[in-house]
Ligand binder design. Structure first.
Ligand code: ASP
Ligand code: MG
Length: 407
């Protein structure tokens, strides 16, 4: 008997019919003798619809109340799935995040899990029931409801698998697994059988939407093997786990594209020690993530500093950057939203030279200009014009012979 955690995304539970489809799968897994705990997302676009509803009441709804509202979405699907299982003769009971034992840190809409003690879930499993847990939520020490940030049900599932010491965590979604690149951009994209935690974390953080980065991080920290697969067929998906091969032959494993980026340029910054620290600590204090950063070569005692943030964070960023830029005597602050970040990822890159050159050659062959470059041990990212993203992804995919571009 195995202990399995399964998570079903919004599309997989998007209608009553689909909830029954999920219930049949869950019941089948339980009837083969496994203990099954299930985590569900809200049905279809429920979270977006609830956010729109909140905004129709107030342009700036209080975060506490927004969390209260959003957590209902996952409760609906958890309760309906438990009912469907019951209808199929498979005993089940549903739990909210707090009932399942998730204690969060009090940040209303982007909370972290502080502790997870799944007493009631364990009890239900021991009684031979399927435990259905509402994803994406927890309660802080005062009992206030928090959400785990968009896409956070994945994190609930992996954290539950870690807390229960489950044998496997299956993430059921509407695609067949993790692809070498977004198949909507590059038809030659291929499904990967396996990807390491480090590589998946880069892919997820750099724009591959299939898994929430925090879920990958949690899986890596607790050694939870994650199987990303489709809820619409029986195919094996992609395993996310520790890289156990002594030497991997793969240099580049995948490509991630992120069009949700904006570039901010601070022009004419006096070239003195401490200025970059002032600017970026102000940004950091607001919890804004900065990614690519470049500083131009000094001329006339001045630099330009360019960096990227998520397009959603532009207003927040400008609100902190403008006053600091004025204070230090910078000449101007400009924003450019039409940019995208294309990245190649692969743990094998660490021991191979020439990967950057191949990527730049692929971009050059398409006449694509690179605005900013950044690298880590296992990835190379280039900021390019947003309208060229598809050309870039195709050319790079071909250059590295990934997926069905393999020769
Ligand atoms: N329903 C939430 C969202 O749409 C959480 C999730 O699905 O993972 O972001
Ligand atoms: Mg998701």
């Amino acid at each position: 008997m195995a202990l399995i955690v399964q998570k079903y995304g919004g599309t997989s539970v998007g209608s009553v019919e689909r909830i029954f489809n999920v219930a049949r799968r869950v019941a089948g897994c339980a009837r083969s003798g496994n203990a099954v705990a299930v985590v569900v997302s809200a049905m279809g676009d429920t979270t977006d619809d609830l956010l729109a509803l909140a905004r129709s009441v107030s342009e700036k709804p209080p975060e506490r109340e927004t969390a209260m509202l959003l957590t209902t979405g996952e409760q609906v699907s958890a309760a309906l799935l438990a009912m469907a299982l019951d209808k199929l003769g498979c005993p089940a009971c549903s739990f909210t995040g707090p009932q399942a034992g998730i204690l969060t840190d009090g940040v209303p809409l982007d909370a972290r899990i502080r502790a997870f003690n799944p007493v009631k879930v364990r009890q239900a499993l021991e009684e031979g029931k399927v435990a259905v847990v509402a994803g994406f939520q927890g309660a802080d020490p005062d009992g206030l409801l928090n959400t785990l940030g968009r896409g956070g049900s994945d994190t609930t599932a992996v954290a539950l698998a870690a807390a229960l010491g489950a044998d496997l965590c299956e993430i059921y979604t509407d695609v067949d697994g993790v692809y070498t690149v977004d198949p909507r951009l590059v038809p030659a994209a291929g499904k990967m059988d396996f990807i390491s935690y480090d590589e998946m974390l880069e892919m997820a953080s750099l724009g591959a939407k299939v898994l929430h980065p925090r879920a990958v991080d949690c899986g890596r920290a607790h050694g939870v093997v994650i199987h990303v697969r489709s809820s619409f067929n029986e195919e094996t998906g992609t395993l996310v786990k520790e890289d156990t091969a002594l030497e991997t032959g793969t240099v580049v494993r995948g490509i991630a594209c992120d069009t949700d980026q904006a570039k901010i340029a601070i022009i004419g910054v006096p070239d003195r020690p401490g200025i970059a620290a002032r600017i970026f600590s102000a940004i950091g204090q607001r919890g804004i993530n900065v990614d690519l950063i470049v500083q131009s070569i000094r001329r006339n005692g001045e630099n330009d500093i360019l960096f990227t943030v998520r397009a959603d964070d532009v207003d927040k960023t400008l609100a902190v950057v403008k006053p600091v830029a004025d204070e230090v005597g910078a000449r101007d602050v400009c924003v450019h939203r039409g940019v995208a970040k294309v990245s190649v990822i692969g743990a094998g890159m660490m021991h191979h030279s020439g990967v950057a050159a191949s990527m730049f050659e692929a971009l050059a062959s398409e006449g694509i200009n690179i605005e900013i470059i950044s690298t880590s041990e296992i990835r190379i990212s280039c900021l390019i014009d947003e309208t060229r993203v598809q050309d870039a992804a195709r050319a790079i995919h071909r250059k590295f012979g990934l997926g069905n571009d393999r020769q």
